[in-house]
Design a protein around this ligand. Structure first.
Ligand SMILES: C=Cc1c2[nH]c(c1C)Cc1[nH]c(c(CCC(=O)O)c1C)Cc1[nH]c(c(C)c1CCC(=O)O)Cc1[nH]c(c(C)c1C=C)C2
Ligand SMILES: C[C@H]1O[C@@H](n2cnc3c(N)ncnc32)[C@H](O)[C@@H]1O
Ligand code: SF4
Length: 450
């Protein structure tokens, strides 16, 4: 049965539901003008999250699905940081003193491509423009291959609480096939430097489904990784979309594992991490039981946002930089993606928003159902619908996708509650899709669900 379900649902192109509606539903009707209005609607005393995108790396990993560009020079990075500072000014002029920062996330690309003093200045500017809540989280994505001792120390001094390291795979055959050579020793040294600098929460990103990856290779990587004792893991299935990311054409498609092999690899990594004391969280995260994410999951308080699973409860997320996505209580916004176009906008004194989405009451209802499914593998549709002033019946009855999942034994529906069995967690994107009103317009653009 399990095998049949993997074959039927595992290969479907479905969103990862880091938002609802998902990014393909964003449209140019929401631009800089609307975003400006939405920023002025933010209420005084709002606790907000900030995301800052740094779209530069020193070399290209062929699997990469992130918005980044390769540069060996420092000038483009310095120019970009200038624009980022200007954008922080433009936004803070509109928000005035109405927000306090609860979470700051530096993503990329590779944020640690900045010089230590540039990072310190950026944090200083944010602190000056927006107040910081006591106990706020500051998280930074890190490439262990290029993290210097000076940068690690600067992160600690600036108050960084979490570091997310790209690890992906320790298998030399896989590393060659993805153009990312990174030794275990390099990774361990980055962890040591971060811990010495006082950065307490460390996350490793791993990927399965890469070219030449096998179950054994995944187990070996997971074992080497757990020996370094990061607090968390995020384990992603390789999303191969060469039409969207041209450099993925450098990946040998004949060496890619099929759906059944991908599922076996995901399960082997899960078992290795669980055996080493990590708790499974949601679709693709793992954490030590003492970690905040594991505690939130246990209490049913897990959340999902653009960074994946999180403890962040803020309704307002302000995105800075090329391609950044933000949200306010009114809806979603996304900045211009190519760094050059983003820079042109900011240099002319305008917000860089090029698309977005204004949330309706029904979207908010569906968003909550999908978030609960993605986080808890269960959603009480009747209760959630009632809270939003909707009737649950139209969501459950005549729902062909949901009926098919129930017929296949993948979900249980009783008393208006939809539950996904723990051994069917790989199917969760298909269950979420059953509550996505836009799925048939967006399904084609998304990656394999397994
Ligand atoms: C840190 C790296 C990032 C990953 N995803 C994003 C970042 C910044 C954000 C992102 N990536 C895509 C979109 C869609 C909207 C757009 O701007 O075009 C966003 C918001 C593109 C994308 N990335 C992946 C896929 C399959 C797609 C296109 C289709 C889709 O929206 O699903 C794969 C992928 N990228 C990242 C991960 C972890 C991942 C798959 C597991 C990192
Ligand atoms: C931010 C994290 O996203 C993951 N990542 C980047 N590109 C892809 C892709 N195409 N498929 C799956 N995961 C990806 C890496 O693990 C990286 O560390
Ligand atoms: S995986 Fe990280 S280091 Fe590699 S190209 Fe993508 S953003 Fe850059």
């Amino acid at each position: 049965m399990q095998q049949a379900l993997i074959e039927k649902y595992g290969e479907a192109r479905l969103p990862r539901y880091t938002s609802y509606p998902t990014a393909p539903a964003f449209a140019p009707v929401v631009g800089a003008g609307t975003y400006g209005d939405w920023l002025s609607n933010i209420k005084p005393g709002t606790e907000a999250s900030l995301y800052l995108h740094i779209p530069f790396c020193r070399s290209m990993c062929w699997y990469c699905g992130c918005h980044t560009t390769i540069t060996q020079k420092d000038a483009p990075i310095l120019d970009y940081l200038d624009m980022l500072r200007q954008e922080i000014g433009l936004v803070s002029d509109r928000v005035e003193n109405r927000i306090k920062m609860k979470h700051i996330h530096f993503g990329g690309g590779t944020p640690t491509i900045m010089q230590p003093e540039e990072f310190r200045d950026l944090i200083g500017l944010l602190r000056a423009r927006f107040g910081l809540v006591a106990g706020a989280e500051i998280a930074v994505e890190i490439d262990p291959r290029t993290l210097t001792a000076e940068m690690a120390a600067a992160l600690g001094e600036a108050g960084v609480t979490r570091a997310s390291l790209g690890v992906q795979s320790f298998d030399p055959v896989v590393q060659k096939a993805i153009n990312r050579i990174q030794s275990e020793a390099q990774t361990a040294e980055a962890v040591t430097r971060l811990r010495a600098a006082g950065v307490g929460g460390i996350n490793f990103d791993l990927i399965y489904g890469l070219p030449h990856q096998t179950v054994q290779s995944c187990i070996d990587t997971a074992k080497a990784a757990v020996a370094m004792r990061p607090e968390r893991f995020a384990v992603f299935g390789y999303a191969h979309i060469p039409s969207f990311k041209k450099h993925q054409r450098l990946i040998d498609e004949r060496a890619l594992p099929d759906a059944a092999a991908r599922a076996a690899q995901a399960e082997a990594i899960a078992e290795t991490l669980v055996a080493a004391g990590y708790v499974r969280i949601g679709l693709d995260h793992y954490a030590l039981p003492s970690d905040d994410l594991a505690i939130a999951a246990k209490r049913g308080r897990l959340r999902r946002n653009f960074q994946g699973y999180t403890t962040d409860t803020c309704e307002t997320l302000i995105g800075f930089g090329a391609s950044s996505i933000g949200r306010t209580p009114d809806g979603y916004v996304q900045n211009e993606v190519p760094p050059g176009l983003y820079a042109q906008r900011i240099a002319s004194g305008r917000l860089a928003t090029v698309k977005g989405y204004r949330l309706t009451a029904e979207d908010r209802l569906r968003a909550e159902i999908i978030e609960r499914l993605m986080c808890n593998f269960r959603a009480d549709i009747t209760t959630i619908a009632a809270r939003h002033g909707f009737d649950a019946a139209p969501l459950l009855d005549g729902n062909a996708r949901l009926a098919a999942l129930a017929d296949d034994g993948a979900v249980d529906i009783s008393g208006g509650t939809v539950t996904v069995r723990q051994d069917h967690r790989f199917i969760i994107r298909a269950v979420a899709a059953a509550f996505d009103a836009y799925i048939d317009q967006s399904a084609r653009t998304h990656s394999k669900a397994a």
